[in-house]
Design a protein around this ligand. Structure first.
Ligand code: AP5
Length: 279
């Protein structure tokens, strides 16, 4: 299964792509994440891309095509993949066709004013990249990632002025890609102006339309996952009012980590018991 998730900035591509990838066992390739990784690693490609990303413009085709091709070659995409944020120009779509076929393009649609509204509340985990929204998908603890405990931040390009620039780039350079896939009868639209769960369901429906045999498989896998979750052994009863050492943040009693801490960073040897010498 080779999918493209298409749509304007903030449409929910990343949110939905990671859920679909998990449900369908696909490799999730997010172009924005690949570029941000290159920027964070300060590679020469990252330094070139940053200039464009900060302005809300598209990074040149040659850079992004090389990145996505490299990712596909080095990752296991045998079961299939889902491309999120690629292709964004007709040139990118044509080049993609040179190294792989695409089965289905799902375009998430919603009005532009809703997109700007979403950008102000988006928060992203620094560590694992999970995406939240302070109103529509809040983390359990403010500013802390539910999945890995990493801290959440606001993306630099989520400033309103940059978001408007990204929307302009989308209209001018990315919208023509819709026509490209429509002509090839690979395009389906999904209404993105619904709750995250509902958009997810509609995307799955569009996928099952094309691969009806998958519906039963996914339902069975979902039921098995739920059952496994329910069968987890109940946690040990804590003594009411008494905190464990771990809850107090002290680690295990007498653990090497504990002893190291006490010794100011140096592992401390356990005091050896020496029998008293007989006089
Ligand atoms: P990229 O990171 O791909 O940005 P984008 O396409 O602008 O998309 P976003 O990540 O902003 O939004 P999304 O659609 O993934 O929405 P999300 O799920 O996060 O690219 C960044 C930059 O890299 C580009 O500007 C460009 O410079 C460069 N670039 C990338 N690809 C390129 C390419 N192919 N060619 C050239 N340059 C490229 O959701 C948004 C928010 O809404 C979240 O807070 C989420 O929780 C919330 N949300 C999601 N769904 C819902 C819902 N149904 N209801 C309410 N809230 C929702």
């Amino acid at each position: 299964m080779r999918l493209v998730l298409f749509g304007p900035p903030m449409a929910g591509k990343g949110t939905q792509a990671s859920m679909l990838a998990e449900k369908l066992g696909l490799l999730h390739i997010a172009m924005g994440d690949l570029l941000r990784e290159a920027v964070a690693a300060n590679t020469s490609l990252g330094r070139k891309a940053k200039k464009y990303m900060d302005e809300g413009a598209l990074v040149p085709d040659a850079i992004v095509i090389g990145l996505v091709e490299g990712k596909m070659k080095t990752s296991n995409s045998e079961a299939g993949f889902i491309l999120d944020g690629f292709p964004r120009t007709v040139e990118q779509a044509e080049q993609l066709e040179q190294f792989t076929d695409i089965d289905l393009v799902l375009s998430i649609d919603l009005p532009f004013d809703r997109l700007v509204e979403r950008s102000t509340g988006r928060r992203v985990c620094r560590k694992c990249g999970a995406v939240y929204h302070i109103d529509f998908k809040p983390p359990r603890k403010p500013e802390v990632c539910d999945r890995c405990g990493g801290s959440l931040y606001r993306r630099d390009d989520d400033k309103e002025s940059v978001v408007r620039e990204r929307l302009r780039a989308y209209e001018a350079q990315t919208q023509p890609v819709i026509n490209y896939y429509d002509l090839r009868r690979k395009l389906k639209f999904v209404d993105g102006d619904k709750s995250i769960e509902e958009v997810g369901m509609r995307l799955l429906e569009a996928i099952f339309d094309k691969w009806p045999e998958l519906e039963v498989k996914v339902a069975k896998a979902e039921a098995a996952r739920k059952a496994a979750g329910e069968q987890k052994p109940p946690k040990k009863e804590a003594i009411p009012g008494i905190k464990t050492r771990r809850q107090q943040g002290r680690g295990r009693r007498g653990s090497p980590r504990d002893r190291k801490k006490k010794a100011g960073g140096q592992p401390q040897k356990k005091p050896r018991h020496r029998p008293k010498k007989k006089k």
